[in-house]
Design a protein around this ligand. Structure first.
Ligand SMILES: [Zn+2]
Length: 212
């Protein structure tokens, strides 16, 4: 279990260094042991977070270990784990560029081979729901589908992975390609990949994840 804690702290440091995670916004979780999750605490400043600040909860959200309150977005994490048994780690952030897409309710289309293969295709925006609610969780589970990322209407984004490292890589890729897309829209007309390439890459994604 301490390995999972270490991986989460390492991911937080990386995300803070890239300004993807800042102040107290966002949260991370990962499966550990049997039917348990390590999750970040509510309202903790990520620039000073330590292993002791992480909370262990069960799949009902009950605190097993830790002094602080778990993240208020725990229902979102629990709902994703319930729907997607392949997912072992989840990262939610208020990263600026995906946030721009989330407030304008614009999905991120497949504009790059790399991100289509890693994230699964077009990254959709969930329907707006109030933070911390089961309705928000439901809405994000739907927009995520079998992809590795979703935009959350007016509230940033989420990525998932089979490991903390994978969820982290997916978050960095989402943040960077959201930036590319927003800048491309300002500079000119972003061209989406041809359909045949998208289909090929979706197949690669599915095979790589064991979905087919
Ligand atoms: Zn948030």
């Amino acid at each position: 279990m301490s390995d999972v804690r270490k991986e989460i702290i390492k991911a937080i440091k990386e995300l803070v260094s890239q300004n993807i995670l800042f102040a107290k916004g966002g949260n991370l979780s990962a499966k550990c042991g049997k039917d348990q999750l390590v999750v970040t605490a509510s309202g903790k400043d990520y620039s000073v977070v330590k292993e002791e600040d992480l909370i262990v909860v069960d799949y009902q959200g009950k605190v097993i270990e830790g002094e602080r309150k778990p993240s208020s977005e725990l229902p979102l994490h629990l709902a994703i784990y319930k729907k997607r048994p392949d997912v072992n780690a989840i990262i939610h952030t208020h990263a600026i560029w995906p946030y721009v897409l989330s407030v304008t309710h614009q999905s991120l289309p497949p504009i790059s081979d790399e991100f289509t293969i890693l994230l699964g295709g077009e990254i959709k925006v969930s329907k707006y729901e109030f933070p911390g609610t089961d309705k928000l969780a439901e809405s994000v589970v739907e927009s995520l589908g079998m992809n590795n990322a979703s935009l959350i209407a007016n509230h940033g984004c989420v990525t998932v992975g089979r490991t903390v490292e994978e969820a982290l890589e997916n978050m960095v890729v989402l943040a960077n390609f959201s930036k590319v897309y927003v800048l491309a829209k300002i500079f000119g007309t972003p061209h989406v990949l041809p359909d045949w390439a998208i289909e090929k890459e979706k197949e690669m994604y599915k095979k790589w994840h064991g979905f087919v």
